[in-house]
Design a protein around this ligand. Structure first.
Ligand SMILES: Cc1cc2nc3c(=O)[nH]c(=O)nc-3n(C[C@H](O)[C@H](O)[C@H](O)COP(=O)(O)OP(=O)(O)OC[C@H]3O[C@@H](n4cnc5c(N)ncnc54)[C@H](O)[C@@H]3O)c2cc1C
Length: 490
């Protein structure tokens, strides 16, 4: 067989799908607008500092292990992995942070110190989360939901209560814990999946199983190593990855995508797989008649936040930080209001800081630290030069105050990445960092589909489709979509 596939975008979802199609004998070409593969998971280096531009949490390691086995390979052949200890540090106020790590006894003591009975309740919460995770992995994630009946299947109906798909995460956590710090530790991951815990289905308590039971890992070289590994794996399957190819149009004739047009060339294909931003591709690369999801569909979606990111190279060591650090303010609902309801720059925000130089000596010059500061913010904000410069200073002052580390005068690298960069670099709809939020109405069958409804050989893969946001999720999406394409090709 020598059927051809064009993949638009070399994000992790695009690379993974390309590798899988290559393995099946397709002649695959990946067209990527940027000058390196990996999409949001790219590397940026400056003055000896190496920054993961996007993801930095390596979660659900089994998904990665499984992916490499599909090629008769092992993950170790591509990058080494180490478990982190602690997994992360949490600041609830200036000073006196707490560490969460693999020592379960200590985590239980911490929860007991938050409120009497906390240790036992944590055990019971995590047991349920483990159960939901196992069901989700076994039955819900590696699957296409083409109709509501695929979603409301027998298992879901019988186990609806146990899986708690239709309840709200924040309410379900509150049934176990009154202490706000305990609740924040169990809910924070939703924000990184782009969703207000008050809008997320309780099913997502699986995220607590993901971090507290399965643990947080670090691939040597950072998350960009995953992109590099997938690019290598794809090349080994004969995939041709072409960089600096900005796709401008998908030409449809007789109901099928026939050609993909870039700024300088045209490519014919039997199938087209879009990994680029779904909203952008539907509304900008296709004519109106061929759009399954036109502009008004996207206007009505709940978007995931954008992120205000700082890449900082610091000329000294910062003793108060570990590899992953989080700050949860006392009134984090105010921050969620600023993201999901009022669309304003949040004052004194919750934040995430990674300092991978704590684990990886190659991430910063000797005696220095590499900081990645992330504040979730509303999509669509006006981030003029002036606004973001001022906000950067505000955020740096705030991080200094909470962590007790002074580093403003020791910066030798300082780069801001916000809405307009997400638009410029990735064509991200309204500058969203993560695409669509994981509300119940945007879960499984309610997410945009893998197959175009209007164009018979056009497919989509990435964080907008099921199962959704995050590196392991887009690897799963790639497996589902490549199976669908193989099936359709007979
Ligand atoms: C700052 C940040 C932190 C994150 N942290 C984590 C984390 O810690 N852990 C985790 O698991 N997930 C994290 N995520 C989410 C995760 O990175 C994404 O869900 C995932 O990488 C998305 O992959 P993708 O393949 O869907 O898309 P993308 O990475 O967006 O790739 C799409 C590709 O398409 C290309 N493209 C767009 N338009 C065109 C065009 N017209 N022509 C050609 N190419 C085009 C883009 O340049 C891009 O390379 C984070 C995301 C961000 C932004």
């Amino acid at each position: 067989m020598n059927k051809t596939a064009i993949v638009v975008g070399a994000g992790l979802g695009g690379l993974a799908a390309a590798a899988l199609l290559g393995r099946e004998g397709w002649k695959v070409t990946v067209l990527e607008k940027n000058d390196s593969p990996g999409g949001r998971a790219r590397l940026w280096s400056e003055k000896g500092y190496q920054f993961d531009m996007g993801p930095s949490w390596y979660l659900m390691p089994e998904v990665f292990e499984h992916f490499f086995t599909l090629f008769g390979k092992t993950r170790e052949q591509y990058y080494p992995l180490q478990g982190l200890d602690p997994y992360y540090r949490v600041f609830f106020a200036p000073g006196s942070p707490v560490d969460i790590g693999p020592d379960r006894g200590r985590v239980e003591e911490l929860f007991e110190s938050f409120e009497p009975g906390g240790a036992q309740r944590l055990r019971s919460y995590l047991e349920k989360a483990r159960y939901k995770y196992d069901v989700a992995m076994g039955q819900f994630l590696y699957k296409e939901y083409a109709s509501i009946f695929d979603f409301l299947n027998l298992r879901m109906l019988i186990e609806g209560t146990r899986l708690n798909v239709f309840g709200r995460l924040d309410r379900s956590v509150r049934r176990y814990f009154q202490d706000r710090r305990a609740r924040q530790i169990l809910e924070y991951a939703m924000v990184f999946l782009g969703t207000d815990p008050a809008q997320a289905p309780a099913l997502y308590s699986i995220m607590s199983h993901v971090d507290l039971n399965l643990g947080v890992h670090y691939p040597s070289g950072g998350l960009q190593a995953v992109g590099a590994a997938l690019a290598r794996l794809a090349a080994e399957q004969g995939v041709d990855i072409q960089l600096n190819r900005d796709v401008r149009k998908i030409v449809v004739e007789n109901g099928a995508a026939r050609r993909v047009v870039t700024d300088g060339a045209e490519y014919g294909a039997d199938v087209v797989v879009v990994n680029a931003d779904y909203a952008f591709a539907e509304t900008r690369l296709l004519d109106r008649d061929h759009q399954s999801y036109p502009a008004r569909y996207w206007e009505r979606r709940v978007l995931a936040p954008s992120f205000f990111v700082l890449y900082l190279g610091v000329k000294k060591r910062l003793e108060n930080l570990v590899h992953h650090n989080l700050y949860f303010s006392e009134d984090w609902e105010r921050h969620f209001d600023a993201i999901f309801r009022e669309a304003d720059w949040p004052g004194k925000p919750c934040f995430y800081v990674s300092c991978i130089s704590k684990t990886d000596a190659g991430a910063a010059p000797r005696g220095r630290e590499n900081l990645f500061v992330l504040v979730p913010v509303a999509p669509g904000l006006d981030d003029t030069e002036d606004v973001r410069e001022r906000y950067a200073e505000e955020v740096i002052r705030h991080v200094e105050e909470i962590t007790g580390e002074q580093f403003r005068d020791s910066l030798e690298v300082r780069r801001i990445f916000s809405h307009r960069d997400f638009v410029g670099d990735y064509n991200a709809y309204k500058g969203t960092a993560l695409g669509l939020a994981h509300t119940l109405n945007q879960t499984a069958v309610f997410r945009p589909q893998f197959r175009s409804r209007k164009v018979k050989n056009l497919y989509y893969v990435g964080q907008y489709t099921h199962p959704g946001v995050g590196v392991p999720m887009v690897l799963i999406a790639a497996q589902v979509v490549s199976g669908i394409i193989q099936g359709a090709a007979g």
